[in-house]
Every structure is written in C-alpha cells, then in structure tokens.
Design a protein. Structure first.
Length: 552
C-alpha cells in the first residue's frame, strides 16, 4: 500500500492487487509502531537522536560485517519518507516519546524518540468502505470490537483516578456505542489499523484502483527483467504489463509450510500471528525468477513473540502475543519443564523466544510457563486476561489459565518439576526483596523498567510470589514477522543469485529480507523499513526510464 501510494504520488499509473477481500494484512492487526531514527516528529517534540547514533547501535547488535549499505539507506531516508507522506497524503504520524530500544544497554541505543505511531483515524471517513479495513485480532479489542491503544488502557484503568481520565474513558465508550448502531465495530482506529486506514484513505483519494480477491500468480519475464505480472481473480487469469516495475509485497512466507520448514527452527513452525492470506507468493515468485534469498547469514528466519492460546466464545481459538503488558511486571517468572527460569522475562518478546529455543536444547522449554499469583493477574492482567478482571474462573474452566492453592499442586497440574519450581520461586522471592536478579538481571535495563511497574520497589520488575492461589499460563513461540526474504539493494530492487538487480522487480515488507538480519533492535523495526523501502522502490521506479528501455 505504501509503495502504491508513493508511486501514485510520483505520477505513475498504479494497480494494487490484494489477495483477500480486505486491505491491511498483518499490518492492520499490528501495534503500528515504526522505528525511524532521527524522525523529525520526535525532534520537534524535543527528543534528540541521529542516524549516526542509530547506525552505531545497529552495528553493535547486528555486526558491521553485513548489510551496512542497506541500513545506511534506511537511516538516511527514514525521516524524509515520513515527511513526504505527511506532506502529500493522510499518512501522518506522531512521536511515541519514551519507548526504549530493545537492547537498551548497547552503545547507540535510544531510550526515547525513535518510535512513531500513526495518528488515530476516524474510520467513518471511509463510509461503507470502512468494512474493507481488516480488523485487529479479537484479543486486542475490548467490548468485543472497540480498539484501545496503550495510552487508552492506562486511562481506562485509572478512569476514577482523575477527571481527565474519566472524561477520556467516557468519550471513548460513548463513541463506541454510537458506532455500533451503524458499523460492525468501533470506528476510532489506532495502531496498525490507523496506519492501514490512513494508507487506504490516501489511495482512494488518489483514485488508485485496488483489485480485491486478486492474487499475483506469476511474473512475466525472468532474471533478465520483469515486465509484468499474471493476476488471478475468481478463476480468471489476467496478464498486466508493467511499464515501470512490479513491487512484491505479499507479506512474507508465514503460511507456506515448505518455506517455514526451510527458514524456521522446527520449534517455531507450529504457530503464526500473520494473516492467513500470506502464503509466500512473493518469495516463491522471486525465487522462480532467479532471485537470491537472504537467510544464510541471518540469525533468525523470523521475528518472534511468546503467545498463549486463547479460547474464544465461538469455540475457535486465537493467539495472544505477550508483547509488553505482563512479562516485565513484578511478581512473574517464566519457567521450563524443570521449573527453572531460562530468561530475563522483561527482555523483548523476540529475545524471550530465542531464549526458549536455546534452553530447549537441554531442558524442554516449549511451552514455557508464566508463573504468578492470582493477585498479579487481577492487578496487571495476564495475556488475554485484562487487568482488573475479578473472577478468573472462566479462564480456568476454558483451560487458558491453571491455578492451584500450592506451588506443588500447580507444578503437578502443568507437569513441571515441583522441587525445581519451589526452589526457583524461593530464589526469585529473595531477588524481589533485594531488588537484584542475580541470575538474569531482570529490571536492569531501561527496556525492562519501561514495561515494569514504576510504583513498585526496590526493582520495578521484581516482586514476590508467595500468596495463594498461584497461576500458570503456557506460552509458545509464534512469529509476528518473517525475517528471511528476497535479497534486495538499497532501492528494494530484487537481486539475482549473482547479486545483480533484476530490472523491474522490487520487494518490500516481509517479502524483502529484513535489514535487521534477525535481530530485534527496537519497536517498529519491521514496519519502519517496510515503509521506507516501499518509498525508495516507488521513487526509483518513477525516476527511471520505462522498462522497455532498461531491458535489453
Ligand atoms: C500483534 C502484532 C503486532 C505487531 N506490531 C508491530 C509494530 O508495532 N511494528 C512493526 O514494525 N511490526 C509489527 N508487527 C509486524 C508487522 O505487522 C509485519 O511485519 C508487517 O505487517 C509486514 O508487512 P507486509 O506489508 O509485509 O505484510 P502484511 O501487512 O501482512 O500485508 C501483506 C498483504 O499481501 C496480501 N497478499 C498475500 N499474498 C498475496 C498475493 N499472492 N497476491 C496479492 N496479495 C497478497 C495479504 O492479503 C496482505 O494484505 C506486528 C505483528 C503482530 C502480529
């Protein structure tokens, strides 16, 4: 969508083809954060940052040996791409403010100013086409279909704490009730839904045609140059000639079993947070055309989150990603089958899962269990259980949560070694008292503390587990984005196996190999590069002669 929008803004004739009947893909279900170091929205808000600092950070966590030219292009262009969209379209962002990088103790890391989020969007502006915007996952909405951002959650929970919070909460609820008279869900869109709706609205205003339920099926041409695409819609094939280029942006290989087998560790293959229409078409077509895949030097073929398996009222099941709300809070530990901790629970979701994989080599750690008191669940929430939930009985009945009056009984119910769990809890309770986690350093980094409880001391991430009943929640690995993809140059041109650009073929989003090489640097490191390389691809296509003159 971003590539199509920029291409249209550059005066090209654009056709957007979407396999499903809704726009947005996984982006619509995401938090919608973009990592754009040096973005001017944050600078204007008083946060200082620079591309050089971010470059040093990326070098320190990824290594300076590979992919520096891609990272440099991203850092150089990021702020311009955001300003370009803000000036010419409805795709506008605001600074997140404090939002630490995920390896916040490394050189060049920033604590604030690098992440931006889309401005909330009023879905009513789209009229009936509002229904074309893919909704968030059920687990991210309240009252069944009302979106809330992180700020809203804080104000809703503290609705009686101040007049301003009360007014904000009452306004949200009143708006939602009025929406429900006319729409299938709340129309105040935030996070990834706001991003997608803003892109969609801007595309509509530019009259960019979108072919729904139309899949890219093949490319016309080969490694010497791509001059068009074969689209499939309702049993009919249609060949479209491209004057300037074809941009592959089909969301990566998430639901392609054979590519999952090739690019992911076995333990991570069972669950995915991606929308089911992402079947790996872009990567498969690129490969067929002679493109190089860039996994070899990558540390991980995907970006991970621990997820719990939810049981929805209609009998289906869902996945709740444990991103930021619970793991860092005081009074929660994660253990494996031996009842032992294996990770700093407050580290990033990706690093948490990488630690699961590492621990599993010696002790079964998939699933792992989040352990806490029932009081913790009521206070902070746990996965799909919202903070403030009084009775946990329904979650216990559905099997989502396991509770027990003693640690030994809890261990028995989840088949975890009881002596191990008892010993681990005793030790972590001691850490809670001293404020120092001697084993994994929970609460030592800015990232940890940012997601902890600032009102809790001496360490905002460490609390005792001593008052029954005790609870356990199983978490599994699932990817939230693919990292392995098509190798490209700085303009998102797909490279052949010899490293030469294939004329006319571009890739962005998860179809493009991540410039982060499997390292999760900070909030928004998939959507940030997705948007920036879409911008670079479209501008490159617009600035270059027609393909007929480029392909000899
Ligand atoms: C819960 C959650 C939170 C997240 N939060 C963030 C965040 O805050 N910041 C961040 O950077 N990342 C986040 N991510 C990851 C991010 O959502 C993805 O990396 C991103 O959406 C990938 O963008 P994309 O355009 O490649 O794919 P998508 O957004 O999935 O879009 C791909 C589109 O292509 C369509 N398609 C698929 N196959 C075809 C075909 N053959 N023909 C035509 N169309 C096709 C799909 O239907 C879909 O609409 C999050 C992910 C999850 C699950």
């Amino acid at each position: 969508m971003a590539a199509a929008l920029v291409a249209a803004l550059e005066g090209l004739e654009v056709l957007l083809c979407e396999a499903s009947d809704q726009v947005g893909g996984t982006a619509a279900t995401s938090a919608g954060t973009l990592w754009i170091p040096g973005n001017r929205q944050s600078l204007a808000a008083g946060f200082t940052d620079s591309a050089e600092q971010a470059e040093a950070y990326l070098d320190s966590i990824i290594g300076a040996e590979t992919g520096r030219h891609l990272r440099a292009a991203f850092l150089r262009t990021g702020p311009d791409a955001i300003d370009y969209l803000a000036a010419r379209s409805d795709v506008v962002f605001r600074p997140c403010g404090r939002h630490p990088d995920y390896r916040s103790n490394q050189p060049g890391a920033a604590i604030a100013g690098r992440a931006i989020i889309p401005e909330p969007f009023d879905g009513r502006v789209l009229g009936r086409d509002f229904e074309r915007v893919r909704p968030p996952i059920d687990e991210f909405m309240i009252f069944g279909s009302m979106m809330v951002g992180k700020d809203d959650i804080v104000r809703l929970l503290g609705r009686f704490a101040s007049f301003a919070n009360f007014v904000h909460s009452a306004t949200l609820v009143a708006r939602f009730l009025s929406d429900r008279l006319r729409y299938s869900r709340g129309t105040r869109l935030v996070m990834g839904n706001a991003l997608v709706a803003r892109l969609y609205h801007s595309l509509r205003r530019r009259n960019v045609p979108i072919l729904f339920e139309t899949s890219i099926e093949d490319l016309v041409g080969g490694a010497e140059g791509v001059t068009g695409a074969v689209l499939r819609s309702g049993g009919t094939s249609l060949t479209v000639r491209a004057r300037k280029g074809v941009v592959l942006a089909t969301g990566g290989y998430a639901h392609n079993a054979s590519l999952r087998g090739a690019f992911m560790p076995e333990l991570g293959r069972a669950r995915s947070m991606a929308v089911t229409s992402n079947g790996g078409a872009g990567i498969a077509l690129g490969r067929k055309t002679g493109a190089r895949i860039a996994p070899a030097e990558h540390r991980s073929g995907a970006f991970w989150s621990p997820v719990s398996v939810t049981h929805r009222p209609d009998g289906s099941s869902g996945l709740f990603p444990h991103l930021v709300l619970d793991r860092a809070k005081p009074g929660l530990i994660a253990v494996n089958a031996a009842g032992r901790r294996f990770v700093n629970e407050a580290d990033s979701y990706h690093d948490f899962v990488e630690a699961m994989f590492a621990a599993h080599k010696t002790v079964p750690s998939v699933p792992a269990y989040l352990i806490c008191e029932a009081g913790f669940v009521r206070r902070y929430g746990l996965g799909a259980i919202h903070p403030g939930t009084r009775s946990l009985a329904a979650f216990e009945r559905s099997g989502y949560l396991v509770c027990a009056p003693t640690i030994d009984e809890l261990a028995r119910r989840i088949s975890v070694d009881a002596a191990g769990l008892r010993g681990t809890i005793r030790r972590s309770n001691e850490f809670a008292r001293t404020g120092v986690d001697l084993d994994f350093g929970k609460g030592e980094t800015e990232l940890n503390r940012f997601n902890g409880d600032p009102s809790h001391g001496p360490n905002p991430c460490l609390g005792p587990i001593e008052a029954p009943p005790f609870c356990a929640l199983a978490v599994w690995p699932a990817e939230i984005a693919c990292s392995t993809g098509l190798a490209t140059d700085e303009d998102a041109r797909v490279l052949d196996r010899g490293g030469r650009p294939i004329p006319g073929l571009y890739a962005c989003g998860n179809d493009m190999a991540s410039i982060m090489e499997g390292v999760y640097a900070g909030p928004g490191i998939t959507l940030g590069p997705a948007l920036v390389f879409a911008y670079r691809a479209a501008r490159h296509a617009a600035a270059n002669p027609a393909l007929t003159q480029r392909i000899s």
